[in-house]
Design a protein around this ligand. Structure first.
Ligand SMILES: C[S@@+](CC[C@H](N)C(=O)[O-])C[C@H]1O[C@@H](n2cnc3c(N)ncnc32)[C@H](O)[C@@H]1O
Length: 378
């Protein structure tokens, strides 16, 4: 039977720890037949586009790498078509998280056929705490190899962006699934989003998401599935992307500060980067602190955000962090929040002079780190 959220974790661990014979699934009715049998029609509100061709579901699962004996968590299994391919790759255990309870009969059938290798959770993945899902034996230290845990999913378009941002934040904090180490992800996105996630500096599609993903993960666009392969057919093609968390992020600062700098930078993608960055600072000090930011970071103020490299982002974010150290009240400055800024006096503040010496020292350190990393990668 399918399990519900709260009582799940203990049951999961009991089920997972027993050694199981490695088996493929017995013959089952196809998922298409099951959808017809249980009279389940795709719902637009849950971005349901099913990938019914077993050749494609197998190809998708094979991009996750070797999942034999590993633990797999699948987001949005629907009637279980990708889940079948996962189970046929002989993992130790599969946990699926699905919002739509209409799939309960199809998933229960699959769970029974899996002989204890599958657990079903009905809930919203955006609110689901994944930090306890796997047995502690899977845990690897962060700078060790990746743990035998894989997140996979033909993600619903409606939640793919908030979900990946939430997961990048969790990766940066080594929380949730990433308590267990650098767990890999194999996920689908609209093709244009997959392209944005992977493009290098100088590409016209470069955006906030590109730098966020590439800062914390190695990102690969593995292949594209034509929209015509899905039922119902979406208006766009779908990109399969793998993300492997980096041992050290390229910009080794906390998530909110990197996110804040990027959010400002890409507010106006085609302007010189000094213009959107000005809005990090209150009006009265805007020109002065922006000029300092660019000088300390040693970044050309006329460069456009799409051309900014990760090294330049690193220096900019470090320089911004140094300015925040000098003027801690600026941390809460939000250009859009006029009320709060007025209440905290941030429009009128005349801060003390910035210690360029300290900022420059920190930047030299950052540059040294970048050089060491480039050497390590040779
Ligand atoms: C694109 S369909 C993929 C279905 C199936 N895995 C396949 O490839 O054919 C996305 C699935 O995610 C489910 N879903 C949508 N929003 C969700 C959420 N917030 N949490 C968990 N599942 C969700 C949908 O009900 C649907 O089954």
């Amino acid at each position: 039977m399918a399990s519900r959220l709260p009582s799940l974790v203990t049951k999961l661990h009991q089920g997972m720890s027993k050694p199981k014979p490695i088996t493929r699934l017995p013959p089952l009715p196809s998922t298409k037949e099951l959808l017809r049998l249980y009279n389940v029609r795709a719902t637009k509100a849950l971005s349901q586009n099913f990938l019914l061709d077993p050749k494609l579901t197998n190809k998708f699962v094979s991009k996750a790498g070797n999942i034999r004996d590993a633990y797999v968590c699948e987001v949005g299994p629907g009637p279980g078509n990708i889940t079948r391919s996962i189970l046929n790759h002989c993992p130790q255990h599969v946990i699926v998280i699905e919002k739509d309870t209409r799939f309960m009969p199809a998933l229960s059938l699959l769970q029974d056929a899996s002989k204890g290798r599958m657990s079903v959770v009905f809930g919203d993945v955006l609110n689901f705490e994944m930090g306890m899902l796997f047995p502690k034996e899977c845990k690897k230290s962060w700078d060790d190899e990746c743990p035998p845990i894989h997140l996979v999913g033909n993600l619903p378009f409606s939640i793919s962006l908030p979900l990946i941002i939430k997961w990048l934040k969790a990766i940066s904090e080594r929380s949730s699934v990433w308590k267990y180490g650098r767990a890999k992800m194999t996920l689908t996105f609209q093709e244009e989003v997959a392209i944005r996630m992977t493009v290098p500096a100088g590409h016209e599609e470069r955006c906030r998401l590109s730098l966020m993903c590439q800062n914390w993960c190695e990102v690969e666009h593995k292949f594209t599935i034509p929209g015509s392969a899905f039922y119902p057919k979406p208006r766009v093609n779908v990109g399969v992307v793998t993300l492997t968390p980096r041992i050290s992020p390229l910009v080794p600062l906390n998530f909110p500060i990197v996110e804040k700098v990027l959010r400002h930078l890409f507010n106006t993608k085609n302007k010189m980067c000094k213009n959107p960055l000005k809005k990090l600072f209150p009006l009265s000090k805007r020109e002065e602190l922006t000029a300092k930011l660019m000088t300390v970071a040693d970044v050309d103020p006329t460069i456009t955000p799409v051309n900014l490299t990760m090294e330049e982002l690193h220096r900019l974010t470090m320089a911004y962090d140094c300015i925040l150290e000098q003027y801690p009240s600026l941390r809460s400055y939000d250009n859009r929040d006029k009320k709060n800024n007025e209440a905290t006096g941030l429009f009128d503040e005349i801060p003390p002079p910035i210690s360029l010496q300290k900022s420059q020292y920190l930047l030299e350190e950052a540059k040294r780190q970048i050089n060491n990393e480039s050497l390590d990668n040779l």
